[in-house]
Design a protein around this ligand. Sequence first.
Ligand code: BF8
Length: 656
Amino acid sequence: MAEEKQAKSIDQATLEMLAKASEEGISTAFERAEKMKPCPIGADGSCCKNCAMGPCRIPLAKGKQETPEEHAKRVGVCGATAETVAARNFVRMIAAGSASHGDHGRRVVEAFKLMAEGKTKDFEIKDEQKLLKLALDLGVEIGNRSNNEIALDIAKICEKEFGKQEGELIFIKNAPLKRQEIWRKLGVVPRGIDREIVELMHRTHMGVDQDYKNLMLQGTKAALADGWGGSMISTEIQDCMFGTPTPTLSEINLGVLKEDHVNIIVHGHEPALAEMLAVETQDPELINYARSKGAKGLQLVGMCCTANEVMMRHGVPIGGNYLQQELAIITGAVEAMVVDVQCIMQGLQEVARCFHTKLIATDNRSKITGAEYMAFDEHQPRESAKAIIRAAIDNYPNRAASKVRIPKVKTPLIAGFSHETINYLLGGLFRASYRPLNDNIINGRIRGLAGVVGCNNARTTHDSAHVLMIKELLKNDVLVLSTGCAAMAAAKVGLMVPEAAKEFCGPGLAEVCETVGIPPVLHMGACIDNSRILIAATAVVKDGGLGDDISDLPAAGAAPEWMSEKAIAIGQYFVASGVYTVFGTTWPTTGSKEFTEYLFEGMEEMYGGKWAFEPDPVKAAQLMIAHIDKKRKALGIDKARERVLYDMAMRRELEG
Ligand code: BF8
């Protein structure tokens, strides 16, 4: 019997553009994934290419029990065991992921410092409250000082966090006290962001750390340096400089592109460029310039995480998530795709060549052969943005009307649920707190919390796992917090509007969402903003009644369609923060049973959180729900859920 072909996507706009791609003979990631199967040895983490005696391939034979003798022989030329090889590969993913978020954070701090020093006039403090709170947290004097003076001190402190050689990262103190103690006892509190990543790279070099548990200690340090370091610094400073997100109405999917407008897509991660583009595409002079070229106006559209950033702060519509980047160009209606760093497929350039679209790289760390390069200068962000927009407008007359086909698919969404916003929405301005959330968890209306985050992966049906998992969680009264491409998948199917509560949630969760007026899936931002989930989880702990650590909460995390190394770093900092974390699609350590068991079971003893792998998203959701129930039971609040409303017949029976 022929193998059943896996659907490429559940998203109508995506399917329409894939059909157009195949009519026009354009290659996409979807098609390439079908043609090129993943290397099974690499996929299992059984390939070591850390020195030139290899690459050594030490795969675990499938479908048969390995004897201890066979296992002992399964080593690399240097004698590295399957455990060491799998662990090295795994922690190198953490190093790369943490480095990406860390370097993002560093750039944000640099821009913040330029602003504070008055070296760029185009950025300013947008959230003074947050600035002052941050100053208090960091021990920066406020007094009669100007915002910029305070900001400069904050910038200098944050800058040092990257190169610090000893001590503890400052934001570690944002975690519950019990959690901090666990980390101290295990010796995994990061000293400096860069230091932990460098040491991890050193320890995975040929002939260094050959003990998978020891490797994972350093892997954890680097991961914590991401979640409670680089990512948290980014989010905090971005909020100060660009504004803390508040609920914002927008639209999502390729249908947001406008046939009669100059369409500019901003794609990548760091928000400085996108912020300026969002501001400057409103400039009447540039809009008139677009009109002078025959367009009705200018439309900025976001793609991937940068889309989340500008949508939450400016309402800029979202074109789509990771696997839709090539498809946006295939609409034929994009004058420029402007990119900075991370998750930018090199395939974009080949697709852009088939159309008039200019692919514009803007960051000197991330150039693309064949693409145009227009530097985004943080000293002159406004001028840089204007130049990019003009280049896009100048390209409008080159658009071939015959090649344009924009899918008429778009969905409304409400996003921008920062920790501060949730606090305010639940408690009100004068008594902002998480109390109502905790109360509803305790009384069982909300069964628990789930963070569903992460990427798309061309190895699985686009968006499908996100949506199936989230719907299963909602049906079971689990409130979902989401970021990154997962959040976009949820938004596209209408899960990010308050009306979704009635249709998709169990009765308890529906009641809470309808009372507060929130969607059942709360969009908390880009991947870097997973730090917001850590802060929200800590706020729930601090509000009381649900234990004294994140690991006590009836909560779980998941990345059902993960693909990037950042996702592994995020997963590890969630696990080390006490969260049960389930990944889907593929798992990169199956070449070593022992190491995999350590991640899936052994970690729980240390951190109270652990990894799991389950490719079936509904089963994965059920694992998360089982974990939530286990935590409810441990807290003694499981009975609340078993309340039964007695009708008259039942009462009579009791009385009788
Ligand atoms: O940081 S979710 S595919 S876009 S890695 Fe990339 Fe994954 Fe999307 Fe953003 Ni995150």
